[in-house]
Design a protein around this ligand. Structure first.
Ligand SMILES: Nc1ncnc2c1ncn2[C@@H]1O[C@H](COP(=O)(O)OP(=O)(O)OP(=O)(O)O)[C@@H](O)[C@H]1O
Length: 733
């Protein structure tokens, strides 16, 4: 750029969102030390232009040179010299004024001495000393704006963007803020301000007026008021003072010769043809000479914008822009937008990726300290979950309620009932004495199994005849039913074999005998249980639970930590700083990784001491591989934060990830039993590998060599998740 005085040079800037054009072929320049006001109705594209100038939103076409560099491609090298105060309060409400200032100072890389100096300077400028230790969220609107201004000035920028800085604050606070802006402008800082207030527009050195995504007019306030379109030849502007002015407005607008009429407090601003005399006007309004006062005026900026908007609506904005744009380079037809920059957005240069890591890290710990609920969620809830789930998920089925209908009632039938109860798989719910009660106990669900011993049970046994004992089983719960069925059948077999053995003892021949010559079964199958000999289900479930809980907590907290910033607007505020992408990400992830590690130690302790599940293998290996899993899980949280825009969406996405982790990882159901397509999917679930690792080390004392396939699987998942998320996480909107 040849002119060193030009700080911003916007050339044919376009921005589309799908089919919608938010910024259409906008060109303008801003000179050093100017206060450039960007005005326009809601949705006209002001914030979108500012975001493109800040380099956080890529232009669809055209471009801008800011401080001598391409606003998007070289944004990282411009950011240290630019400040931004966004439309909404987007500082950290749970940090104090001091902590907010220090955070932004560190983000901009100020060393401690310079930070102290700058902090003092912006505190002096904004007068916010008295609130230094107050939480930002508890400041009143005006003081919040001052704090936002102080933060945006902490690094002494040359160029400051202020998006509606005075929205929602009282007139005195507005005036104070403008006094500060004048002071900054006096020091040579260039200001770009968006506003809806006309009195603020009047204070700008230059203004641009946007309407329906186009820049309708551009120039100094006084120049704009002189535009021929505002007061066309043969017309004049008057201030009309008349009783009940508001009531006359619509009447006036219908009057021939009245081009425009707008209410200004208790007066009306009218643009009338010279041919319309004041007498005619008085007659038309039906007021006396004394009641009407007509004073010629020069148009206000509001008159200018109202007139231009009306013209644009009438004529179509195209021509109006061509006629009125002062000061800008020649415009091109909208059919052929021109790229001002020759470079493509893909050539975007990145800054130091680790910049700001320390600042973000410190800030994150402040958040955690101010929100103890986060610590509760990370440290206490997992312990509660482990205990509750560990006890609740007990797959050993015992004490199945049994109803007994004993029609025999003698010694043998009593022994039969005792054998059922001695297995401990059944507990006696009650004995009944009629058919109806027997069936009612089962249909009501109180009994899950019913034993019915026939009246001739003892007699038939004595006579050596076969006897049928009926066991009715409620099949609603398949696991309970299967246990009841196999126990009953095994019991029948054992009792029968006992009787058969007694009988066989009296015979000379027998199917087989043991080494002592006693009758024995021909084939004896001996099983031995390894690793969990008592078949305690806690030993199986609790290690898996450690993996599930670790994923649950890290996934939710990470995704929330980032999405919350997006929702609050603080992420946008961070994007305009030179903070590096990795600095930002690591700064946000490391605190949660550290807390996750503490959580892991606590949950493992609960597993060992509360559930008596010892770690048979190497604890060191377990912790090392847990860290690998945590990286993966934090990466998943990061991934959720790149797809979700609100915290509600983050919850929903996190659940979508958690569901297969719980159901398909082998935590609850054996993966080998799953249909092939589902089985293949389980390989893409990181917690699958971690559960195998946990169970391997905890139960089977597996060493690294045994776990190589799971470690490879987990590493691949981790790499895929982290690289995918980091690539998706861009420092732009
Ligand atoms: N990310 C986006 N996706 C889709 N549309 C968007 C996006 N950002 C902005 N827009 C649309 O672009 C238009 C211009 O928005 P912008 O925020 O720039 O307006 P504005 O002039 O700043 O309005 P206001 O005065 O209300 O702040 C709006 O219609 C808005 O809905």
């Amino acid at each position: 750029m040849s002119d060193h005085n030009v700080v911003i040079d916007v050339q044919h800037l376009w921005r589309r969102f799908g089919d919608f054009v938010a910024v259409r072929d906008v060109s303008f320049q801003v000179k050093r030390g100017a206060i450039f006001g960007l005005l326009g109705p809601n949705g006209s594209g002001k914030s979108t232009i500012i975001r493109m100038l800040l380099g956080i939103l890529p232009p669809s076409d055209g471009g801008a040179i800011v401080l001598g560099r391409d606003a998007y491609i070289e944004s990282e090298s411009i950011k240290p010299r630019v400040g931004y105060m966004s439309q909404h309060f987007s500082l950290y409400a749970d940090l104090t004024v001091r902590e907010n200032l220090e955070f932004y100072g560190r983000i901009y890389g100020l060393d401690s001495q310079r930070l102290e100096e700058r902090k003092q300077a912006v505190l002096d400028l904004t007068g916010i000393h008295d609130y230094i230790d107050q939480l930002a969220g508890t400041l009143s609107g005006g003081w919040k704006q001052r704090l936002a201004l102080a933060c945006s000035l902490i690094h002494e920028p040359d160029l400051l963007f202020l998006d509606e800085p005075t929205a929602g604050i009282d007139p005195v606070a507005r005036r104070h803020l403008w006094d500060l802006l004048f002071e900054l402008s006096g020091r040579g800082v260039t200001l770009v301000v968006t506003t809806h207030y006309m009195d603020e527009a009047e204070r700008c050195t230059d203004v641009g007026y946007l309407y329906l995504s186009r820049l309708l007019v551009l120039g100094k306030p006084d120049e704009l008021k002189e535009l021929p379109q505002i007061t066309p030849e043969g017309t004049q502007r008057f201030e009309l003072r008349v009783p009940h002015a508001a009531e006359h407005l619509s009447q006036l607008r219908q009057q021939d010769g009245v081009r425009d009429a707008t209410l200004f407090g208790e007066t009306l601003h009218v643009l009338i043809d010279d041919s319309l005399s004041s007498d005619m006007l008085r007659q038309h309004l039906g007021v006396t000479d004394q009641q009407i006062e007509l004073r010629p005026i020069t148009p206000s900026l509001e008159d200018v914008f109202v007139t231009l908007t009306a013209n644009a609506e009438k004529e179509g904005a195209n021509e109006v822009q061509a006629e009125l744009t002062v000061d800008t380079a020649e415009t091109k037809s909208e059919d052929e937008p021109v790229s001002a920059t020759k470079k493509s957005p893909e050539q975007r240069k990145s800054g130091n990726p680790m910049l700001g890591l320390w600042a973000v890290l410190v800030k994150e710990f402040f958040h955690i300290r101010r929100q103890p609920i986060t610590l509760f969620f990370m440290l206490v809830v997992p312990v509660m979950q482990t205990i509750i789930f560990g006890y609740a998920i007990d797959t050993e089925i015992e004490n199945i309620p049994l109803v007994v209908f004993d029609l025999d009632g003698r010694q043998s039938s009593r022994e039969m009932i005792s054998s059922f109860l001695n297995t401990r798989k059944f507990r006696l719910l009650k004995e009944v004495y009629d058919e109806e009660s027997f069936h009612r106990a089962l249909t009501s669900g109180r009994a899950r199994a019913g034993l019915r011993i026939p009246p001739n049970f003892s007699d038939r046994l004595l006579r050596g005849e076969q006897v049928e004992v009926q066991v009715l089983i409620d099949g609603s719960d398949s696991q309970v039913a299967t246990t009841a069925q196999s126990t009953a059948q095994l019991l029948g077999l054992n009792l029968s074999m006992g009787r058969a053995k007694n009988f066989a003892d009296t015979l000379q021949v027998a199917p087989s005998r043991d080494e002592n010559g006693a009758i024995a079964l021909p084939i004896e199958v001996r099983t031995r249980l390894l690793y969990n000999p008592d078949l305690d289900s806690a030993h199986f479930f609790v290690p898996g639970l450690v993996g599930i809980i670790l994923q649950l907590v890290t996934l939710f907290l990470t995704s929330f930590a980032i999405v919350r910033e997006r929702e609050l607007g603080t992420l946008e505020q961070l994007f305009v700083t030179p903070v590096g992408r990795m600095g930002l990400l690591l700064g946000k992830l490391i605190p949660y990784a550290m807390i996750g590690f503490v959580e892991l130690l606590i949950v493992l302790s609960v597993m060992i001491y509360a559930f008596g599940v010892p770690v048979n293998g190497s604890i060191g290996l377990l912790l090392a591989l847990s860290m690998l899993f945590m990286v993966c899980s934090l990466g998943l949280g990061l991934f959720v934060s790149t797809v979700a825009t609100t915290q509600l969406e983050a919850v929903q996405f996190a659940f979508i990830i958690m569901l297969p982790s719980v159901l398909l990882s082998g935590f609850m159901f054996p993966r080998s039993e799953m249909p092939l397509p589902i089985y293949l999917i389980t390989f893409a679930i990181p917690v699958t590998y971690f559960i195998e690792i946990l169970r391997g080390i905890v139960l089977r004392a597996a060493d690294f060599q045994d776990l190589v396939p799971s470690v490879i699987g987990l590493t691949l998942c981790g790499l895929a998740v982290i690289s995918g998320s980091v690539m998706r996480f861009q420092k732009r909107l």
